[in-house]
Design a binder for this molecule. Structure first.
Ligand code: FEO
Ligand code: CA
Ligand code: CA
Ligand code: CA
Length: 539
């Protein structure tokens, strides 16, 4: 078996620069299969999109649009390399598959949320969704969710909210649940719903399709990207989270109690009680986790919010605003403001976070074209192409309150191209823009996926959005997969043997994966990527 740890013997043949083909391009020893597309059948009895736009209630039971974060869950009694559950986020709608003339709001709301599907690999190596599996289930913008944690009653007097929305990225828990993250704090598809009902981490139990998902207010309300966890030997756990705001902060949440690996039921409300922190990246390479607890770190009545001061020129003094935190619920509902008041660092749109096998934590900072004041951790004004920061917790402990950080790389063009300083980077190897998805796999390989603009001003330089292997020691980048026209690449899940990777192709707009004659309905999809010889991806 492969040793656990960074693998520097990645052998795939890198893809060429500037690929703009309208297909999924992979190295020559690899193959691609489309598994689960927007509108496909999900729950038992669903009709499935076949080329004619559909409306609610048909859309409520079939795959949503804009596949994003994702995780694979093994099933008891099933070889996990041949089958299991996929939980898949649907960040937004695939409008070409929808008939909005009938029940327009409900139809759009049914196209977002989460799919849970049982998937299995056939004898010929092809993967398929298992039709009629009892696990196949949709959680949508029309579903009712419970609300837990300190702000639950302030969010909803009934402790219930209709809908989850903008389900961007996600993460697993050590106890086998799925955390889907809402990247918006309001319901722009249905403004009649409670404005405080969104912007939360929502916990789904994919093994119990009859259960109600829960919005976990203790983890804070902001434009959530994903979650990634670190554990220690005593089964204490920290969840790292980015706020994809312009700019936003990086957070961690530490449940008050250890999780119990032998008693799953005892863990199912663990996320309702704990301490939320935001990160301060000091210019000297040290860092602090600032506690966001009412009464501490200026989180009181008459607190001073410095605002988004990084977006104003250095010669323009920021305009502070007085804000009142009367309770922990106030802190959790206004988490972005609380982090600024407490002195956390405003970062260039923190997207995914991942915890490596050596406990190094990585975060993509996708871009921030409007930054006017720099810090050491965000060193470029008008940061068009983004960067990647990494840190080590003190003592490699999830409970640490200090850390040491450094920049892994600045994305962007080769300085030899003669471009302006803010758009040139220091990538060794294959250049890219706007890192978003990031994941260290269990054999220690670091994968990065991009979400940059898809106009010719970007694709002429970098090609279509892509996925890269990054060497954690040298920072060298190697292009592994390039998506079809118009898409971003997101979502990384895999079977335990790493022979099967599941990747999401979000919002393609060419002729790849169309159902109608002549196209015009290019659909977001989960694809399967594997090596033709069945060995682990990247090995
Ligand atoms: Fe939905 Fe921040 O990407
Ligand atoms: Ca997206
Ligand atoms: Ca993202
Ligand atoms: Ca993005």
């Amino acid at each position: 078996t492969d040793p656990v740890g960074p693998d520097y013997s990645v052998k795939f043949e890198r893809l060429a620069d500037k690929i703009t083909a309208d297909t999924v391009t992979v190295p020559k020893d690899y193959q691609v299969q489309i598994l689960y597309s927007a509108g496909d059948k999900c729950e038992t009895g669903s009709a499935g999109y076949a080329g004619t736009p559909q409306s609610w209630p048909d859309t409520e039971t079939q795959a949503g649009g804009q596949h994003d974060g994702m995780h694979f869950y093994p099933l008891d009694g099933v070889d996990p390399n041949k089958g299991g559950l996929l939980a898949i986020n649907h960040e937004s709608t695939d409008n070409a598959t929808l008939n909005l003339a009938v029940e327009g709001t409900k139809t759009r709301l049914s196209n977002v949320g989460v799919s849970v599907v049982e998937v299995a690999r056939g004898d010929d190596g092809t993967w398929a969704v298992k039709a009629n599996s009892r696990y196949n289930k949709r959680y949508t913008g029309n579903t009712v969710y419970n609300v837990g944690g300190p702000a639950a009653s302030a969010v909803s007097s009934t402790r219930k909210v209709v809908g989850t929305l903008n389900n961007c990225a996600s993460g697993p828990t050590p106890w086998g649940t799925y955390l889907t993250c809402e990247e918006t704090t309001d319901n722009y598809l249905d403004p009649t719903q409670d404005e405080k009902g969104y912007g939360w981490v929502v916990e789904i139990d994919p093994y119990t399709p009859t259960s109600t998902a829960v919005k976990r207010t203790a983890m804070g309300r902001f434009d959530h990207e994903n979650t990634a966890y670190m554990t220690d030997e005593a089964n204490r756990v920290a969840f790292y989270m980015g706020d994809d705001g312009t700019p936003g902060c990086i957070y961690k949440f530490i449940p008050s109690k250890a999780y119990d690996p032998k008693n799953r039921a005892a863990n199912l409300n663990l996320l309702d009680e704990g301490t939320l922190y935001a990160a301060r990246f000091n210019d000297d390479g040290t860092g602090n986790w600032v506690e966001l607890t009412h009464g501490k770190n200026n989180l009181t009545l008459n607190a001073i919010d410095p605002g988004n001061y990084t977006q104003t020129a250095p010669d323009q003094p920021p305009t502070p605003v007085i804000v009142n935190f009367a309770s922990q619920a106030d802190v959790l509902i206004n988490t972005k403001v609380a982090a600024r008041v407490a002195g956390a660092t405003l970062m260039d749109r923190p997207e995914w976070i991942t915890v490596g096998v050596d406990k190094t934590v990585y975060c993509t900072l996708t871009n921030n074209g409007s930054r006017k004041r720099t810090s050491a951790a965000n060193p470029r004004i008008s940061n068009s192409h983004g960067h990647i920061v990494r840190w080590k917790e003190r003592g490699d402990s999830p409970l640490a309150t200090t850390f040491e950080w450094e920049l892994l790389l600045l994305a962007g063009q080769d300085p030899a191209d003669g471009a302006a300083a803010n758009v040139t980077g220091n990538i060794k190897g294959d250049e890219f823009s706007s890192p978003d998805g990031i994941r260290v796999d269990p054999q220690g390989r670091l994968w990065v996926q991009t979400d940059s603009g898809t106009g010719s001003n970007i694709t002429d330089i970098f090609g279509n959005n892509s996925m890269y292997y990054i060497d954690q020691e040298t920072g060298e980048s190697k292009r592994f997969l390039v998506g079809p026209k118009g898409c971003e690449i997101t979502g990384i899940a895999y079977t335990p043997d790493l022979a099967t990777f599941f990747i999401n192709i979000q919002h393609p707009n060419g002729v790849w994966n169309t159902k109608r004659a002549g196209g015009g309905d290019a659909r977001s999809a989960t694809i399967v990527v594997s090596r033709k010889d069945g060995k682990p991806v990247g090995a």
